[in-house]
Write a protein that binds this ligand. Structure first.
Ligand code: ZN
Length: 476
């Protein structure tokens, strides 16, 4: 690649760095589709962040200075020393958390370091140069790991819609490893000094918990307090390397959704003195359970208390009182009122005039064109579960309620989807629009007090489009 680019006088360094202009120039020169070339290229986003396909990677999660290979893959595919460059590169070999080859059940190896990083980036040239060395390497056995299988599948086939899929790749992969380290080695473990096979095991261990979402993580953290090896009163001491890692300043904004879950767990389960920072947020000086008592249902929310239960935002206590769930804030109750009135007015105005309906009634809906839940989720860039929730609560129009949760069922009317998109924008859509990672965007929007649709926190985040427009204008 270096030689070829040299021959046609194409500067290769900007291309290696992932600069947009270089990719554009190459597409022009080669006469190929820019979008297609961008999709398969590493794009630099600034501040040590890259985009690869739909994923987001950081310098730590992404091997930029050494080439790693499976020695067995190379051995079986390398035709001869003279043509060793013909072996195709595997995209997943670039990711630090992928350490083994599932086909050969062995560890990947790093090709010897080069003096200049750019020399280490030319896969074909490196393969030719180190041909003999690779063949000489001993093969280190490794057991197949569901964690690595998950990462590979995500990189090659795209994300699913579980909580872990919504974390950026660098967050999800490292979180599994560090949580696994804490589980395996206890609160005194340190972050450095572990071998590659060790990290592989930790990753699998942490993935086993994190794949099941924020509740599983919170339960796992609660279990740690029940171990009797350590004083469980102090969360920093108890969580050890897990907390030390999350606190690190080198982690970007994209770690915020994960920190959010840990923070909530700490505030709910430990008494933290007022003003003490927990992952950057000061304690209110009481556990959240006490804090929640101050959020009581008044006015509109009180009159709609039964609906709040139905919406998963409130619960009925043994005494018969209806109280908001622990994650519900006053802001969320305001958002709930605003949304309810918005949909009510939209419905009223459509009944008055002959205008298109916002949320059509069931009889009209039967004749409209429809989308499956999956397609609606894709268009809105939210999870299928979120679409189900929007239909259930009348924000999207569903056709056949009995089919609601059957995957692939044709249930959302295109008209109601279009209407919904006119007024609302999901975090996923917004992130795509402004080309920023979802994690950092959601934190920025939260800091700017941009209201979310009031929904349980295991659903995708959705904002009012008008609020997001105001936010964008203020940003500029
Ligand atoms: Zn292999």
């Amino acid at each position: 690649m270096q030689r070829f680019c040299g021959d046609i006088a194409f500067p290769i360094d900007p291309l290696f760095r992932g600069e947009k202009v270089a990719i554009e120039q190459l597409a022009q020169l080669a006469g190929c589709d820019l979008g297609a070339l961008e999709r398969v290229s590493i794009r630099h986003l600034g501040k040590g962040h890259f985009r690869l396909r739909e994923e987001f990677a950081s310098l730590q999660s992404f091997q930029r200075t050494r080439i790693r290979v499976c020695p067995e893959c190379i051995r079986s595919e390398m035709p001869s020393a003279a043509e060793s460059w013909r072996v195709p590169r595997r995209l997943q070999w670039k990711f630090s958390s992928i350490r083994s080859c599932p086909k050969h059940s062995c560890m990947l190896i790093s090709i010897p370091a080069e003096k200049f990083h750019k020399d280490a980036r030319d896969f074909a040239a490196q393969l030719r140069k180190h041909h003999g060395w690779i063949l000489d390497q001993p093969v280190l056995k490794a057991t197949p790991s569901p964690f690595e299988a998950y990462l590979s599948n995500r990189i090659l086939s795209g994300r699913g819609d579980r909580w872990i899929d919504r974390l950026e790749l660098n967050v999800a992969s490292r979180a599994c490893e560090v949580l696994g380290l804490r589980i395996a080695k206890g609160p005194d473990a340190v972050l450095s000094g572990h071998s590659e096979p060790d990290w592989m095991g930790y990753g699998a261990l942490g993935y086993d918990t994190l794949k099941d979402g924020p509740v599983a993580l919170s339960n796992c953290l609660a279990d740690m307090a029940r171990e009797d090896v350590v004083d469980g009163r102090f969360f920093g001491r108890l969580f050890g390397p897990w907390m030390a890692w999350l606190k690190s300043r080198s982690l970007g904004d994209e770690f915020e959704p994960l920190r959010d879950v840990v923070r909530r767990h700490v505030f709910d389960n430990f008494s933290v003195r007022k003003g003490v920072l927990v992952l950057g947020v000061p304690s209110e000086g009481m556990t959240s359970l006490n804090l929640q008592k101050s959020v009581s249902l008044k006015g509109f929310a009180k009159r709609n208390a039964e609906d709040l239960i139905y919406r998963g935002l409130a619960t009925r206590e043994a005494s018969g009182d209806i109280v908001p769930m622990s994650f519900v804030t006053l802001g969320m109750l305001d958002a709930y009122e605003r949304e309810k009135k918005f949909f009510r007015n939209a419905k009223r105005s459509s009944e008055g005039g002959k205008s298109r309906t916002f949320v059509s009634d069931e009889t009209n809906a039967a004749g409209e064109s429809r989308l499956s839940i999956g397609d609606a989720a894709g268009q809105l860039r939210v999870t299928a579960k979120t679409v189900g929730y929007l239909i259930q609560h009348g924000m999207l129009c569903g056709v056949d309620a009995s089919e609601l949760y059957r995957r692939g069922a044709t249930v959302v009317t295109t008209d109601s989807l279009a209407r919904f998109q006119e007024s609302f924008i999901s975090l996923g859509e917004f992130a795509e629009l402004v080309q920023r990672p979802q994690g950092s965007l959601s934190m920025k929007l939260r800091n700017a007090n941009v209201a979310l649709l009031a929904m349980p926190h295991d659903l995708s985040r959705i904002y009012w489009r008008e609020d997001v427009d105001v936010y964008l204008t203020a940003e500029r």
